[in-house]
Design a protein around this ligand. Sequence first.
Ligand code: GCU
Length: 836
Amino acid sequence: MISFVTIVWLLLGIVAAEDGYRAWLRYAPVASSGNYSSLPSSIVLLNATRNGPVSTAGRELQQGIRGILGKRVDINETATGSPAIIVGTAEAYKLVYGDFEEEGELEEDGYYLSTEGRDIVIVGQNQRGALYGAFDFLRRIGQGNFAPTSHVSNPHAPIRWSNEWDNLDGTIERGYAGTSLFFQDGHRATNLFRLTDYARLLASVGINGIVINNVNANASLLSPENIQGLGSIANTFRPYGVRLGISLNFASPQIIGGLNTFDPLDPKVISWWSNITDALYASVPDLAGYLVKANSEGQPGPLTYNRTLADGANLFAKAVKPHGGIVMFRAFVYDHHISPDNWKNDRANAAVDFFKPLDGKFDDNVVVQIKYGPIDFQVREPPSPLFSTLRKTNVAIELQITQEYLGHQDHLVYLGPLWKEILEYDLRADDRPSKVKDIVSSERFGRPLGGFAGVVNVGSENNWLGSHLAMSNLYAYGMLAWNPSLEPQDILQDWIRLTFSSDPKVIDVITEMSMKSWPVYENYTGNLGIQTLTDILYTHYGPNPASQDNNGWGQWTRANKHTIGMDRTVKNGTGNAGQYPPQIASQFENIETTPDNLLLWFHHVPYTQVLKSGKTVIQHFYDAHYEGAAVAQTFVKLWESLKGKVDKERYEEVLFKQVYQAGHALVWRDSINQFYYNLSEIPDQAKRVGNHSYRIEAEKMILNGYKTYGVNPFHTASGYNAIVTTSNTTTGTATANITFASGTYDLAVNYYDLYGGKADYEVSINNRTVGKWAGDLEDKLGHAPSIYLDGHTATRITFKGVNVTRGDTLRILGKPNGIEPAPLDYVSFLPPGIVD
Ligand code: GCU
């Protein structure tokens, strides 16, 4: 029989307000807990050091079991003879209990979990492993999975780090979830309490290292005061087995060391770094190591002194070696001033060009950290050819959890499938199986080290990433780094059960939305391997395809009136295809064997080129943008079907984002389609592009206190124009006679929400107010702000079920605020089922 206490417990779990802070570690009660009535009532911790991971495991189990099962368990430090949950290292376990029956060897950080006998045994190869085993156990029971198990689990690779791009002033580069948890005003943050909870989240998915400052590093991190501060930060992560690392500025000896050089071979420089390293290890004795971005995007590096990148990396490797540290040296080295006039130039070639000659020249404690694709976290890229090029060098893969080019956490993009595709990619080095996952694990080329780095960029927002649903990416990152053979959908569903609920409807809906989300985003942003067609010169958020070309950044599309795509072939192009091992190289060299989704990555073709699907490139662009945006609309309805099944707070917050995404997907759709239609002048066979029969353009309304404004980029406004108030103190009105047939419509208003002001709007029909709103998305969304009318700020608000009679008067009143001149683009009267 279920007790009264259990009922109260279950009810509390359902109705408690949730803000996402506890993410997947909510330890919510599970209904079938009765199945686990025989759970031992005590935990025995073996060799628990104060504040070590085994002690943490004990506390975590106590808290988790209380939450999930409503059961109190005591913690003992010696064996009691009664049934117990025994937690410790393998060594300690064997001393007390003798051998345990494991199948398979325990490797570093690995664990053995057995729930089959009288005791529950959680044994780690080291203390960290024991903590991971405890989290495995809690993940199981947290999902109501009480099936007996006995298994060994070892991580796929030794390095499983998070990278955070936090600046000392408290901002976060490419962070969309508030301000830094680590730093403020040039120093470490005064309040570190959230770091413990972050460490907990990371440890719960097997992350064992964290680099806390921006790769574009500020040398003053190395001031004596900040070095001390790092000690306090490391203390908060240590109980969770997460070791601290830092990013270095290569020129530090000159910037803060008073030297006149930062030449890596100069003895003064060498001893400066060795002293700084000693000081760092005095403050953080278990410092994991350094992360270095050198000679990239204006950062200093060894090339300034005609030294090689290996000289630069080895300088640090030698300094940390006596302390057991490692150096993650980034392969993201390229010249961002390359000339687009040279057809053969290609930023995608840079990593292999720079690093291939250096293979074998890096010290053994250097790991070259390679972004998954050759350019920069685009919506679709082939794997970087550097993975198959470096045979005598340790490598790690760099993934990005923060959605820099993928919608800034305001668009839902579940990245598990993208990462999985890259990790499973077989590069066929020497015509042998060479999956990226086996290269980065160090197995394929027999290296001592290898692994994963994930750029996370959590911030001060309660829900860590600024979006509840985006947290599946952090969870999936940890899970795939531990075991890349897992299926992204399985990972996702575990996450849903732990984060939301085991209700099948909740699981189905979030699974459907998430699993569709990457293809959907690819469809309405940039398809066929053309990259995310965003504004690469500014915030990397909204559409701006023209920004990709004619500059030195090298994210070119080479689009002109007739043709599009980068020719990366060996025969006519940049030769990038030839950087891959022969089997893959010949696949990419030939149009016929290049998959459609990478066609424009490798080939420059006419818009009329016919794809394997039978469509032309241009028609595929049009169709994909319409399809992607249409599916994004369905996410709103899908989510709405969970009303009452998800707590109110998270339900409303996710709904808000999905509605926003649905509107912004249309901005993307229209903008990209209009741009390529203008360029190619090839009409859409379905006649959708440029035809918007349900719209009233704001600039065509009768304006009072408003004026027409030519938007830039032009294609981010319907009809290329918007309206703004005539001054930043004038209230404007725009009126129009409604000529649509009488009936009920959803009334959508497209406007621009700028950073730096909160304009007020009111829309009415025949003086009857339909709705009011404020341009305050800067407070409600996470994406990087813009102060212009453009693809970043273009957005939509919809009022549903509005009754209209032909001949009614539509009026919009806009009251500017700050720099926001109440900008309006158009109004759509949408009959049921129409999206426009
Ligand atoms: C991208 C990103 C930068 C970042 C860089 C890097 O270019 O936009 O903000 O510094 O990658 O990874 O170093």
